[in-house]
Design a protein around this ligand. Sequence first.
Ligand code: AMP
Length: 280
Amino acid sequence: MLIVKKRDRLIQLLKKQKGGNTIGFVPTMGALHEGHASLVRHAAQNNTICICSIFVNPSQFNQKEDFEKYPITLESDIDIVQKNECDILFLPQTDEMYPNGWQHAEKPDLGRITTLWEGQFRPGHFDGVIQVVKLFLDIIQPNVLYLGQKDYQQCAVIQSMIRYYKLPVKIEIRNTLREENGLAMSSRNRRLTPDQRNNAAGIFKALQFINENFYKDKNSVLLQKATQILTNIPESRIEYIAIVDRIHLQALSDDEKNNAVVLVACWVGPVRLIDNLLLN
Ligand code: AMP
């Protein structure tokens, strides 16, 4: 596996590689877990070249503290991507990505999708995501971009950005990997105590409750009951739980049951967790 820190070097390398090869790209912020590993493995198995990036992108953090406390486990990360057959690990520093600073990003207007839910509770977050993913796509020009369903709205926003710029890249969205207790794997889980980690399984229980009863009750009733499950988690604070349509992420009315997904953001102790489940 090659570790590349400079964007020009990566561009040069990839120029030589083109011609019949396919490039699969997995962007990450590091502190890698099995969820990331599964994306890298899949990209490696389905492309000639698998590129993974590790970059904690400052422009997508709306809270300084979240950025400063973001876990960094570089040695173990290198080991994980290597073992999962990544060919190139792109590991840029901030000034390599943003030589002129990251404050002056072009902001495409993607409409409401960037201001709902995560966008409402993390103002500016998706501007940063769009900025960094666009940069990566321009540098790497992959054939396929691999993303996790765990960040459902992020997938929808990136999909919309790719359409906006008419970029020649396919998106493949992969399933969320979970701990045994159902908690979605996340780099931020490292900041939970063992008790908080156990209790946080209640988030998935709330989502499963909605799915299991989806056709039995009105959406508002399901949301009320799920809110109670979340409220019963010790040290929890709900930001939102919503049943929305899978494409535009608009809240569905009480009896709308087609193409639905439930989205949730809930704090457990010091950590903000997000999760989602397709409703069938
Ligand atoms: P992050 O490092 O958190 O920015 O995530 C990098 C990529 O891994 C994103 O596409 C995430 O959606 C994906 N990812 C994060 N957690 C999981 C998980 N538990 N299962 C599958 N993919 C995940």
